[in-house]
Design a binder for this molecule. Structure first.
Ligand code: HMG
Length: 391
């Protein structure tokens, strides 16, 4: 893409929850060896939302600093990607639009395809900016990952939101053509409408992910994408951080490279710092990997990085981006670290209480106790309506 047509990520901001459950606490409760979590799947802790937090409050907390820095005048579209939506009809982004006071001349829409839809949102945003280079699009990926207590998936729960401002002449990352795409109709992970916890075939989901890595890479290279060696780092979807290592090892094998662990570490290690303490944030996960890479690696100016976005069911996309020289002046590394470090450690009993809490479904009035110290909260339910407010 010629420099004058560069479109991509102009700003990126992360938010997570009030609480955190460590894998040491989970292991002490269920008798597992904590090394299975910390080394086996590469997870140390998971974000847990307070009763007055959800995908909307995290999304607004992630997006507010972007609006504060750039203003809302050029934002004409908000695309909200999630698979833990709070309503079957209304887009969660409309609550965010209202909390942030965005202009009424805005289109707001919600997208779903498991963990993949954050990338669909990014690509739709790029298309809109191509049509009108003065427009900026606010893309928000926000999710709460929840599995049954005691299930193998429990250790891979988490919650976070990533907000990204997509614009022409971006300050952080130029997103490039081509993309490699892959879709396969499989039931590796799903959540029927009547459940609030996901169902998963763990082993099947890992092989489906690896199959998608091959499929997207094949399409990507056939369409003239970078050679593997031209990419300095790889941001994979990280349901647990060891999955990124598995995926990259698989890709190297598929491409006929000798699999050398130092080479895999070099491509992945800088992308895992946030996901290993936040857990699976579904749509946000691959962009948390990007945030960690930009915030924690040495200077990446001018370097090309690969992205593999996977959503069970399944749809995947491989694409690349080039880091814009001068990007470091625009990062929010301190705020991201602060959002992670401010979480309150909870014990297993409190986690269990939060996990099993569900609102009654009779449409009555249910105020929610004030718990979060984040900037926005769910104040309660009234007449089947969710009520949000600044804290
Ligand atoms: P499990 O049965 O609890 O664990 O399930 P395991 O026995 O397979 O062990 C996990 C790893 O820990 C293994 O390593 C063990 O060897 C190792 P591997 O062989 O895989 O390299 N291990 C140890 N290491 C050190 N010390 C020890 C020890 N013990 C064992 N003492 C599983 C693990 C990931 C399947 C489970 O957590 C699960 O079902 N998770 C949810 C599904 C998932 O995350 N799938 C990933 C791909 S699908 C995806 O990414 C999409 C998704 O994000 C949803 C969406 O798209 O919306 C999930």
């Amino acid at each position: 893409m010629p420099a004058e047509l560069a479109i991509g990520i102009h700003d990126l901001s992360v938010a997570t929850t009030q609480y955190v459950l460590t894998h040491a606490t989970l292991a002490a409760h269920n008798g597992s060896d904590v090394a299975k979590y910390q080394r086996g799947i590469g997870q140390r802790s998971m974000s847990v939302p307070a009763a007055d937090e959800d995908i909307v409050t995290m999304a607004a907390a992630a997006a507010a600093p972007i609006v504060a820095r750039h203003g809302a005048e050029r934002i004409r579209t908000v695309v909200f990607a999630t698979e833990s939506s709070v309503d079957q009809a209304k887009a969660a982004g409309i609550h965010v639009h209202s909390l942030l006071g965005l202009p009424s001349a805005t289109r707001v829409v919600e997208l779903k395809q498991a963990c993949y839809s954050g990338t669909a949102a990014l690509q739709f945003a790029i298309g809109l900016v191509h049509r009108d280079r003065t427009e900026q699009v606010l893309v928000i990926a926000s999710d709460v990952s929840k599995y049954d207590l005691g299930s193998p998936g429990e250790a891979t729960q988490g919650a976070a939101a990533v907000a990204m401002l997509i614009s022409a002449d971006p300050a952080l990352v130029r997103i490039e053509d081509p993309s490699g795409m892959f879709t396969a109709d499989i039931m590796d992970f799903w959540r029927p409408n009547y459940r609030n916890t996901a169902l998963v075939d763990g082993r099947e989901s890992i092989s489906a992910y690896l199959q998608a890595v091959e499929g997207t890479w094949k399409d990507y290279t056939e369409r003239g994408g970078h050679k593997l060696d031209e990419l300095s780092a790889f941001c994979y979807h990280q349901p647990f951080t060891k999955m990124a290592y598995k995926a990259h090892r698989h890709l190297l094998n598929y491409c006929g490279y000798e699999v050398d662990e130092a080479r895999i570490n070099g491509a992945i290690a800088n992308t895992t710092a946030y996901n290993e303490v936040i857990g699976n944030s579904y749509t946000a996960s691959v962009y948390l990997a990007l945030a960690a890479l930009l915030d924690t690696a040495g200077d990446l100016s001018g370097k090309a990085i690969g992205f593999l976005s996977y959503g069970s069911g399944s749809v995947a996309e491989f694409f690349a981006g080039t880091v814009v020289p001068g990007y470091r002046a625009h990062l929010r590394a301190d705020a991201h670290r602060e959002a992670i470090d401010r979480r309150e450690d909870i014990d297993y009993a409190r986690y269990r209480e939060i996990h099993t809490h569900a609102f009654p479904v009779d449409g009555g009035d249910y105020p929610v106790p004030r718990e979060t110290t984040g900037p926005y909260r769910l104040a309660g339910l009234s007449g089947h309506k969710r009520i949000y407010e600044p804290r």
